[in-house]
Every structure is written in C-alpha cells, then in structure tokens.
Ligand binder design. Sequence first.
Ligand SMILES: [Cu+2]
Length: 184
Amino acid sequence: MILIARKYVGRALAAVSALAVALLLPLGVQAADYNVGPMHIDSPWTRATPKGASSGAGYLTVTNNGTAPDRLSCASSAAAGACQIHSMTMEGGVMKMRPVEGGLEIKPGETVTLKPGGYHVMFVDLKHPLEQGSAFEATLQFEKAGTVKVEFPVLALGAAAPGANTGGSMMMDHGGMMQQMDKH
Ligand SMILES: [Cu+2]
C-alpha cells in the first residue's frame, strides 16, 4: 500500500512540475524587454479579444534614458491592419480614446507606462481574434531612436497586467470604448 501511494505521489508531483513549467514559460515571454538607441521598452502585453472584436489594445512601459525627448508611434503589427497610440480621457463622465497625433512624447529620464485606462497601443482592423497564450509582433517607431520590433504576448481576456487575472470591469469599459471607436 505504501509503495503504491509513493508511486502515486511521484506521478502527481511530476504532473504538478510539468504544469508549473507550462505556467512559467509564458511569464518568461512577458518579461521581454527591448532597447533602441536610448529608449528602453519593457514587458509589452495585450489581452485576448472576444469573438468579432475589430480592435485590441496593447500595453508596455517605455523609458527614455537619453538627453532629448522622443516620440513613440506604432508603425505596423502582424495581427492588425494598422496600429496607433491612443490616449484615454474622461469627458463628461464618458471615457474617450483618440489617436495621439505625432506620437507619444517621452521626456529625457521619463518612464511612461501604457496601461488599461490610459495610453495604449491600439491594434485596429484585427486580422484574427487575439488568442490567449499566443503572441504577435509589432514594429514600434520612435521619431529619433528609430524602429524596434517587439512581441506582444496575449494574456487572458480582462487581464489587468502581466501575471494578474483580475480587471474584468476594465475590460467591459474598454469594450464600450471600442464600440465608440468603431463608429468613427
Ligand atoms: Cu484605443
């Protein structure tokens, strides 16, 4: 009996370790960071989109380690017909988002985090739904530092940040905003 139990425990442990490895692998992808000139980009990520959604939002952190301001734009994405940098503001009790003209300025020494409810990369005209566990490439462009290809791992629908599984209400908010955007 004891032998059988040990065997079982051994198998269970092996299964748990395999699961742990499977769970840790995507986290490794999320921790990716990129450099182009003095600009540092940390942990791009995006969220799975519901069926039929025409757009999705991506997030990342960008730091300007240089001595001059630079401007971030999104040049292209493998997953979408176009990509843009959007701002999000509260106007008359309604959240509105619009493209940041000329790119998002990052001042010297400044770190700007694109996150749910704020600035984000908007992937417009999605070629396919963004599927959790997958990843796609996008080319970001700085006015001065040039272009850099980054990978956006796709987290769960409604994920608040890499590693977090909450933020469902934020997802609903963004769904409403996507609908607004589709109307223009
Ligand atoms: Cu947007």
